[in-house]
Design a protein around this ligand. Structure first.
Ligand code: SF4
Length: 256
């Protein structure tokens, strides 16, 4: 049986998919986005964060079997049925742990619980193929619209994520693109146009804008790290609403 390196399990999570959900955060990521709000999930090693101001510590990283995770999240199964809820696998990059993710999603499927995978997509295609039969939905991050910018921002391979996105859509998977909307990084009209072109080329039918926030700041401090985006303000609500509306319209009509 495969194993899962679990950072934490968050019940009644919001923003990680429709309905009432439990989010299983898996530890370890192969990208390095400087605005990341889950820095505790980047290293695969266990970590204890010391929140000095709150006088608290929190430890992230425990090895569990897919069955152990399934039994844990199944405790809230009665809440998932309302509003299309279920279990979200997030991270870090959950698709790095595709074998455990596939086993977990298969167990949940048998129990009538749906699974959504929230991925940045920078893994070999075979990892996706392994979970296609048991994962119901994918949230797929697109952080930049060009090879050069994507590599400079994340250290990842733009061609690989675009190829994976196209293949997922072509295989009939339920895919929602997620665009982190990061001031000073990808909020210009030019950058958004490039991202939109990627989504339209891939045939993605849904896209969400995810506005930057600083809720992860305390975790950087608790890890003894400087947060490169500590002074960056979240985008104005009007700008987010206007951009999201335009994005939705273009995705629907196919106009670039
Ligand atoms: S892909 Fe997600 S978890 Fe990984 S560094 Fe980027 S924002 Fe953080």
């Amino acid at each position: 049986m495969a194993i899962l390196n679990v950072s934490n399990i968050q019940r009644f999570s919001t923003g990680d998919g429709p309905g009432i959900r439990t989010t299983v955060f898996l530890k370890g990521c192969n990208l390095r986005c400087p605005w990341c709000h889950n820095p505790e999930n980047i290293s695969p090693s266990p970590q204890t964060l010391v929140f000095k101001a709150a006088g608290k510590t929190a430890t992230y990283g425990v090895i569990m079997t897919p069955l152990e995770v399934a039994d844990d999240v199944s405790e809230d199964a009665e809440f998932y049925n309302a509003g299309g809820g279920g279990v979200t696998l997030s991270g870090g990059e959950p698709m790095l742990q595709y074998e455990g993710a596939a086993e977990l999603a298969a167990i949940l499927k048998e129990r009538g619980i749906s699974t959504l995978v929230d991925t940045a997509g920078s893994v070999p295609w075979g990892n996706f193929e392994a979970v296609l039969g048991c994962v119901n939905d994918f949230y797929f991050d697109i952080k930049a619209g060009s090879r050069e910018k994507y590599a400079a921002l994340t250290g990842g391979d733009f061609d690989l994520i675009v190829s994976n996105l196209k293949k997922l859509v072509a295989r009939g998977a339920s895919v929602t693109a997620r665009i982190p909307f990061i001031p000073g990084v990808n909020t210009s009209d030019e950058e958004l146009r490039l991202i939109l072109k990627v989504l339209l080329d891939a045939g993605v039918g849904r896209a969400d804008l995810i506005p930057f926030h600083r809720l992860g700041s305390a975790k950087y401090a608790a890890m003894g790290l400087d947060y490169p985006f500590a002074k960056t303000l979240p985008p104005a609500a009007e700008e987010v609403a206007r951009t999201a509306e335009l994005l939705g319209k273009y995705i629907e009509t196919g106009i670039e």
